[in-house]
Design a protein around this ligand. Structure first.
Ligand code: KG4
Ligand code: ZN
Length: 368
């Protein structure tokens, strides 16, 4: 199936044209065109994404990216060859989501093609399909730890299109905590990559200082690990963020070494909570065959390492983390989730109901 995918849920405008065929667990994927414009620099002054600015930028960028994507794919803009259009309808910022939906529906009418709604989080789950090597397949049931700027969720993926939400954050998302802590330290937005870079530098230095320690050195101070001992699979990151705020205020230090120390202490706390909760879920669901860790924060190399270590005690489970460019928001993952939707809920391709942006859309199964 040839799919035009459109993503505008946050501050990335992205369009891709892909051709996907074969079984859901091991599809053949051809990326015919793939374009993305990040607005991160524009939102930097606000320390986060400013919805109306995002909307204006998406409206400006969408026609440009469409033209580029179709050009890359050697398709005519008047009547490109494709089967359907997949567009993110939620969760995300509603003004931003609406721009993608209106644009997709306009194209659907013009080209007489169906437009199917995609849940952004389903996109993060299936982003890992893009990195399967020949002969590999995505074995289900899977546990998906979705860690992004807006979400922190543990999802039990029983089958393609069949989900059960096991736990989620009760307050801030992990990525949001990364961004806020970065702001407290005077680092640019988005903060995740900056924190990651500083923490890595610190760990390298500690490794040089203590070459014989034989294990990773802990940071100079310890931050709280919220809810780490709770029996459920929920998360909370606002207490951790507040602990950083109080410490930064009390210490009143602005030197690089301090920032690196704080970045490391913060990453240590986050990684420990994420791996502990994931371990709890893996123990609770022994039929799990794959652990998917995806969403923007999964690009963090320290967190990736901690999950690689965790999985050593679960030989029956394969760890799948998307490539860096597939971890943060993009349109390819929306096309892949669109493929799963079209295969598991084919009636969507025949329906002509108008789509609606849903900022707080939750993962719903496409079949019983
Ligand atoms: O999935 P994503 O691109 O957008 C949402 O759906 O929210 O995730 C963006 C988030 C931001 O909070 C950003 O700071 C974080 O992912 N992020 C990282 C890293 N790269 C991006 N967090 C930690 N370490 C990274 N290397
Ligand atoms: Zn996302």
């Amino acid at each position: 199936m040839k799919i035009l995918a459109i993503e505008t849920s946050c501050d990335e405008t992205a369009i891709a044209l892909l051709e996907v065929s074969g079984e859901l667990r091991s599809p053949t994927i051809k990326i015919l065109g793939d374009t993305l414009l990040s607005q991160a620099k524009l939102h930097e002054a606000y320390g986060g994404v400013y919805p109306n600015l995002a909307k204006r930028e998406h409206e400006k960028n969408l026609p440009i990216l469409l033209e580029q994507t179709l050009k890359e794919a050697n398709e005519a803009i008047e009547a490109p060859k494709l089967d359907f259009i997949a567009v993110t309808t939620g969760p995300g910022l509603e003004p931003a989501l609406w721009t993608g939906i209106t644009f997709a529906e306009g194209l659907g009418r013009k080209w007489d093609k169906p437009v199917i709604p995609v849940n952004h989080m389903e996109g993060h789950i299936y982003s890992v399909l893009a990195s399967l090597k020949p002969g590999e397949s995505l074995e289900l049931p899977a546990l998906a730890l979705l860690i992004s700027g807006g979400h922190t969720e543990l999802v039990y993926v029983k089958d393609f299109g069949v989900y059960e939400m096991l736990g989620q954050t009760l307050d801030d998302a992990v990525g949001e905590a990364f961004d806020k802590v970065a702001r407290m330290l005077g680092l640019p937005y988005p903060g995740g990559p900056e924190i990651s870079r500083l923490a890595e530098k610190r760990r390298k230095e500690l490794g040089r200082e203590f070459p014989d320690a034989g294990r990773e050195q802990a940071s100079s101070f310890r931050l709280p690990r919220p809810m780490i001992h709770s029996k459920d699979l929920n998360f909370s990151f606002s207490g951790l963020k507040t602990a950083v705020l109080y410490k930064v205020k009390a210490d009143n230090r602005h030197d690089d070494e301090y920032k690196q120390d704080m970045a490391q202490a913060f990453e240590d706390a986050v990684a420990e909570v994420l791996t502990k909760k994931t371990r709890q879920a893996l123990d609770k669901y022994p039929d799990i065959r794959t652990l998917i860790v995806s969403g923007g924060v999964s690009a963090n190399s320290f967190i990736q390492k901690q999950f690689a270590k965790l999985i050593e005690s679960y030989p029956q489970v394969t760890l799948r983390i998307p490539e860096r460019t597939m971890a943060t928001d993009n349109a390819i993952m929306i096309g892949l989730a669109g493929y799963v939707r079209a295969e598991t809920q084919p009636e969507l391709l025949k329906s002509d109901t108008t789509l609606k942006a849903e900022g707080k859309l939750t993962l719903t199964s496409s079949r019983p």
